[in-house]
Design a protein around this ligand. Structure first.
Ligand SMILES: NC(=O)c1ccc[n+]([C@@H]2O[C@H](COP(=O)([O-])OP(=O)(O)OC[C@H]3O[C@@H](n4cnc5c(N)ncnc54)[C@H](O)[C@@H]3O)[C@@H](O)[C@H]2O)c1
Length: 268
C-alpha cells in the first residue's frame, strides 16, 4: 500500500525506536520525509537510506522544532503530516525524591516538545486547510503505568491532542495520538535492563499475550496520517495488546473460568 504517496512528513525522535520504525513505514508508503533527532549520526544514516532529509533537532528548543518544519516547507512546499515522537523516560523515583529540575526537564522533552510541534505544524498547515498532526503518547498517558513525570506528561499529551484537535478541525487539520504499550526500543531496554527481560514481561502481562513491535505502532501512525482516517480527529488509539483496556477483565475471566460449565451456560 502506498497511502502516503508524496505526503510531506516531519518525524521527531527519528534516529531510533518508534520514530525510526515510523520513518521506515512512511517511506514504504511513499511519504517524503524530513527527520529530526539529537542523535545526528544515526539520523543521517537513516535519512540517506530512506532518501529523506535530516536536521539535528533538540525538541526542547522551540527554534529547532520550528526550523525542522520550515525545512520541510522549503524543500517540498508544504507540510502534510507532523509526528511529535521524540521522548525519553525522564525523572524516576519516589515522588518526594524527584528534583524540581528533573521534573521540568522531563516535561520539556515529553510535553513542551509536542506543544512546539503542534504550534509550528499548525502555522504552516492552516493556510492550506489540511494536515495531520500526530503525537506519541503512551499507555501511561491513559493509566498510571510509568514514572510520575512520564505519566503526567503523557496524560497531558492526550489532553493537548483533544484540545488542539477541537480548534483545528474547522481548518481541516486532524490531530490524533497513539498510546503504545511496551515496545522493545532503547528506552525500554534501559528501563528493563535488557530486551529479553522486557519481552518476557510484556508477553506475560499483555492480555493478547504478545509483544507490541515498533512496526505495529508505525502502522497505526500510517493509518492516522492517511485518508483512511479522514474522519478521525481528537482520538487516542492504544496499540498496547490490550494492556490498558482489557487487563482487569482478562484477569477476571482467567479467575472466573472455573465457574463456567463446558458450554459456558451456568453463569456465576
Ligand atoms: N518504547 C515504548 O515502550 C514506548 C511506549 C509508549 C510510548 N513511547 C514513546 O515513544 C517515543 C519514542 O520512544 P522509543 O521507545 O522509540 O525510544 P528510543 O530511545 O528508541 O527513541 C527516542 C528517540 O528520541 C530521541 N530524543 C530524545 N530526546 C530528544 C530531544 N530532546 N530532542 C530530539 N530527539 C530526542 C532519541 O535520540 C531517540 O532517537 C517516546 O515519546 C516514548 O515516550 C515508547
Amino acid at each position: 500500500m502506498r497511502r502516503l504517496e508524496g505526503r510531506v512528513t516531519v518525524i521527531t525522535g527519528a534516529s531510533g525506536g518508534l520514530g525510526e520504525a515510523t520513518a521506515r513505514r512512511f517511506a514504504r508508503e511513499g511519504a517524503r520525509l524530513v527527520l529530526g533527532d539529537i542523535r545526528e549520526e544515526a539520523g543521517q544514516a537513516l535519512a540517506q537510506e530512506l532518501d529523506a532529509a535530516f536536521l539535528p533537532c533538540d525538541v526542547t528548543c522551540e527554534g529547532d522544532v520550528a526550523a525542522l518544519v520550515d525545512r520541510a516547507v522549503a524543500l517540498h512546499g508544504r507540510l502534510d503530516c507532523m509526528v511529535n515522537n521524540a521522548g525519553q523516560l525522564g525523572a524516576v523515583g519516589r515522588v518526594e525524591e524527584i528534583a524540581a529540575q528533573s521534573w521540568r526537564d522531563t516535561l520539556a522533552v515529553l510535553l513542551d516538545s509536542v506543544f512546539y510541534g503542534m504550534k509550528h505544524a499548525a502555522r504552516v498547515m492552516r493556510p492550506h486547510g489540511a494536515g495531520a498532526i500526530l503525537s506519541t503518547s503512551s499507555a501511561a498517558g491513559i493509566a498510571p503505568l510509568g514514572p510520575h513525570a512520564y505519566t503526567a506528561a503523557k496524560h497531558a499529551v492526550v489532553g493537548l491532542t483533544r484540545s488542539v484537535a477541537s480548534e483545528l478541525a474547522a481548518d481541516g487539520i486532524r490531530v490524533n495520538a497513539i498510546a503504545p504499550g511496551n515496545v522493545p526500543t532503547r528506552m525500554t531496554e534501559l528501563a528493563y535492563g535488557d530486551a529479553a527481560a522486557m519481552r518476557k514481561s510484556a508477553e506475560a502481562r499483555n492480555p493478547l499475550r504478545r509483544v507490541v513491535e515498533g512496526d505495529e505502532v508505525a502502522a497505526a501512525f500510517a493509518y492516522l496520517a492517511s485518508d483512511d482516517a479522514i474522519n478521525v480527529t481528537g482520538q487516542v488509539i492504544a496499540v498496547d495488546a490490550g494492556l490498558v483496556e482489557c487487563r482487569l477483565a482478562s484477569d477476571y475471566y482467567a479467575r472466573a473460568a472455573s465457574y463456567f460449565d463446558a458450554e459456558g451456560k451456568r453463569g456465576i
